[in-house]
Design a protein around this ligand. Sequence first.
Ligand code: CIR
Length: 255
Amino acid sequence: YEFTRAITRRPGQSITRGLRAVDTGAPDLDLMLAHHADYVATLREAGATVTELPPLEDFPDALFVEDTALCLPEGAVLMRPGAPSRLGEVAHMAPVLRDLYADVRVIEGPGFIEGGDILTTGREVLVGRSARTDAAGVAELATILKDWGRPLREVATPPGVLHFKTDCSLLDGETVLSTERLAASGCFEGYRVILTADGEEAAANAIRFNRFVLMAAGFPATAERLRRAGYEVREIGNSECAKLDGGMSCLSLRL
Ligand code: CIR
């Protein structure tokens, strides 16, 4: 959770065509841009050098850059998104990461895996199988991580939940924020777990970036739990990304 850099991509006009599980109305681009600017400013305040990539109008979900890659100190791994409309985003992220990393690996397929299903903790890399991430994708990542001496543990994303990290985030080396439904699966045994408050499951997708925990605004009970546990919480508007099932982690690659 200590980083020097973040990569983001601004949303474009095409966000109205972004993928969503349930249609709750079109996202408002101006409001989304304002929230995005706040997100980037907060990362900068936390000490990040932020690369802001331009919108990709052909890829409505491209602002959710996290799904295109896994960034580790050892190198980067380009993902293979399970959503067909998102597969082409990776080619746009590849040159950005090749400029920053000497070692860039590629998930070649036939499996699929998205960054939103990957939680890197101090001791292991947890990968949740989901509608976007299959066994072959996980196996290919495991082979790459083995080269880097990083253990991978496969876990399950709760049914109906988009990504593993829709329901959890890393708060520090051994602490996670999790929904109750995910923690009940037992996947965080051995970790300290802070649960989201009842009815605030959507607060689980947060990020720890240096001294701050960035979380979506509007979840006061969970924010209070985090503050009481000693974390410095920054709340960022997320109403528009939430309409596309996106949250704090999806909006950046952190390295
Ligand atoms: C999608 O369905 O792919 C986007 N609308 C949302 C992606 C969210 N990404 C993430 O949780 N890492």
